[in-house]
Design a protein around this ligand. Structure first.
Ligand SMILES: NC(=O)c1ccc[n+]([C@@H]2O[C@H](COP(=O)([O-])OP(=O)(O)OC[C@H]3O[C@@H](n4cnc5c(N)ncnc54)[C@H](O)[C@@H]3O)[C@@H](O)[C@H]2O)c1
Length: 367
């Protein structure tokens, strides 16, 4: 079992990473300052796969557990789902010391975390992430929230969990496409902070994708360490935390254009990372090798790297709308080498256009 600490003064917490360790949570719970009453928030499929055994083990350890099932999918990441959680918690008379366990991918984690942040002005919650993306990214750092009809993640709160309990063994049931999408965020950590980790992924991506226990545990633990380090230094994204958005400027634009339906988040981020690396090269910030290395690793793990066939002017328009939000400037996180990035707000429009053209789907085999 690996342990990573997120240092945030009185809001500090541990991340435990193990293999087939899910029901071990019941024993560990005894060390936490929570009451006996708790709710597992999950979706029906995950409840059958993992929720029922987790609930049994917690009941066996003396906890009174209510399970709240929400329908699966991003389209249910809404205030209505949060409201359903409030209804159940009020019906069960949950108090300040009662706790929530978020058992699921990023969607469940974000909704359950937001319900925990707001019910009785905040009750403790534990993240038990089950997708690779949630294990390496969304369960750590305390960003919680839901979507609004007018945009993604518009309603939310920073609210840190009491514990993150990761069982990499549950990834055996994760659909392969989701696993590959999660790899984009893993690769991201190598590029933004750790060249050695990037090389490790290059050497071991097949073992990761075949779910080799030790390789997977190390990969998730190192990703969590990097995220923990960044969040500890800048909890509320006043500066450094923005580097976690590497690949996300174009990634978000691609998701918006395609209505959040065509690509998984990680798939769009991979396209965004390759774009950012090519932009960095075109701006003279890094060597061509940097972009080539990122593109090759993404492709090897099964991620597409070319931008989809959308009108360039539409993409530019979405970027310029982003501009208004960010004080009139599009903000890019660009690599200067593998392991180091910088934030750039003055990308020249011509260079942007040229790079977009370069990343446009010209490789028909990618479609
Ligand atoms: N809070 C943050 O910091 C943060 C960061 C990144 C992304 N996010 C959010 O995360 C969400 C995406 O998360 P995601 O990619 O995990 O998607 P998701 O939660 O929709 O999960 C993907 C699918 O995989 C299924 N699944 C998850 N684990 C499984 C398992 N072990 N076995 C079988 N099926 C499993 C889920 O039920 C779902 O159908 C988005 O809403 C995004 O906004 C939040």
């Amino acid at each position: 079992m690996r342990k990573v600490r997120v240092e945030l003064e009185q809001r500090s917490y541990d991340i435990f990473i193990g293999h087939n360790s899910l029901t071990g949570l019941a024993e560990h719970m005894k060390t936490l300052p929570v009451g006996r009453k708790g709710a597992i928030i999950t979706n029906p499929a995950l409840n059958r796969l993992y929720g029922e055994s987790l609930s049994r083990s917690l009941s066996g350890a003396g906890y009174r557990i209510t399970t709240i099932e929400l329908p699966a999918g991003e389209r249910y990441k809404t205030l209505k789902s949060v409201s359903r959680i409030y209804d159940a918690l009020i019906a069960e008379k949950f108090e300040r010391g009662s706790f929530i366990i978020a058992l699921g991918g990023g969607v469940i984690g974000d909704i359950a975390g937001f319900a925990a942040a707001t019910y009785l002005r905040g009750i403790p919650y534990i993240q038990v992430p089950t997708s690779l993306l949630a294990q390496v990214d969304s369960s750590v750092g305390g960003k919680t929230g839901v979507d609004h009809p007018l945009g993604k993640n518009l309603i939310g709160a920073f609210y840190q969990p009491l514990l993150v309990w990761i069982d990499v063994g549950v990834l055996k049931t994760l659909p392969r496409r989701e696993l590959i999408a999660g790899m984009a965020e893993v690769i991201k950590y190598g590029v933004i902070a750790d060249e050695q980790f990037f090389k490790f992924i290059e050497g071991h991506y097949k073992d990761i994708l075949s779910l080799d226990k030790d390789t997977l545990t190390h990969t998730v633990a190192r990703s969590c360490e990097i995220k923990a380090m960044i969040v500890s230094a800048d909890e509320r994204e006043k500066g450094l935390r923005a580097i976690l958005n590497f690949g996300h400027t174009i990634g978000h634009a691609v998701e918006t254009i395609t209505g959040y339906r065509k690509y998984r988040h990680g798939e769009a981020v991979a396209m965004g990372m390759v774009f950012a690396a090519k932009l960095a090269f075109n701006m003279g910030l890094c060597e061509a090798r940097v972009a080539a290395d990122i593109e090759r690793l993404c492709r090897r793990t099964g991620l597409k790297t070319k931008l989809p066939e959308v009108d360039l002017s539409v993409l530019t328009d979405i970027l310029s709308r982003d501009k208004k939000v960010a004080d009139g400037k599009v903000r890019f996180v660009l690599p200067v080498r593998i392991g180091e990035v910088k934030i750039v707000e003055d990308a020249d429009n011509d260079v942007l256009q040229r790079t977009l053209q370069l990343c446009y789907t010209s490789d028909k085999s990618e479609k």
